[in-house]
Design a protein around this ligand. Structure first.
Ligand code: G3P
Length: 217
């Protein structure tokens, strides 16, 4: 399973990259705003900065909601850097844009996906990634992980190559469960990724080993 970090914070991206487990980055307009990155030029520069830190795919989201606007913005984003994946919302115009980009060999990430039907359309249009938002489904008393399970079943039924990128991942168990269900990628905050490291028995065991070593030296 690939690990992406879901942030526009350069320090956190560097930290995950240094850990040696990072396969890519996802951003969205809210994450950009959270880092105080505003204005088209600053946002474009920030994408290039992110690409210079990581080796893998970097999702950059279009703001336009009409086909022509998405195509124009997406082509400009794709021209920025070979690692850029154009992130397109799951709306009618977005599906048309994904098909257009797919035909041109430009990678896409279909975002804001909350149902199997939406994921099926994204795959039909040729999306490189589909992003089901599992945490936001859990927030409204739906089962986000069940959506991952159902998309996996449908994609496997037909051999769709669109990668399931579990998004809106909030904690470590989301990551573990996504791995069990066969998600291709998770994108998570650094805290959830680093949470996987933690176990009290590891800490206790290490403290004991170090104490025993000191006794003999
Ligand atoms: O990748 C999508 C993600 O950023 C949404 O996460 O926590 O805002 O639901 P969240």
């Amino acid at each position: 399973m690939k690990f992406f970090i879901d942030t526009a914070n350069l320090d956190q991206i560097k930290e995950a990259q240094e850990l040696g487990i990072l396969d890519g980055v996802t951003t969205n307009p809210s994450l950009m705003a959270k880092e105080g990155i505003t204005g088209a030029n600053n946002i474009l520069k920030h994408y290039v900065d992110i690409c210079s830190i990581v080796d893998g795919d970097v999702s950059a989201e279009v703001i336009a909601t009409d086909f022509e606007g998405m195509v124009k913005e997406g082509e400009a984003l794709a021209d920025l850097h070979p690692q850029i994946v154009v992130k397109v919302p799951m709306i009618k115009e977005g599906i048309k844009a994904i098909k257009y980009f797919s035909d041109k060999g430009i990678k896409t990430n279909c975002t804001l996906v909350f149902s199997v039907g939406q994921a099926l359309l994204a795959a039909k249009a040729g999306a490189s990634y589909v992003s089901p938002f599992i945490g936001r489904l859990d927030d409204i008393s739906n089962d986000g992980l069940n959506l991952i399970d159902e998309i996996r079943l449908v994609y496997d039924n037909y051999g769709y190559e669109t990668e399931i990128l579990a998004a809106s991942v909030r904690h470590t168990m989301h990551i573990v469960e996504c791995a069990k269900l066969g998600a291709d990628v998770i994108t998570a905050p650094l805290s959830a990724i680093e949470g996987l490291l933690k176990h009290p028995l590891t800490d206790n065991g290490l403290a004991q080993f170090l104490a025993d070593y000191k006794k003999g030296n």
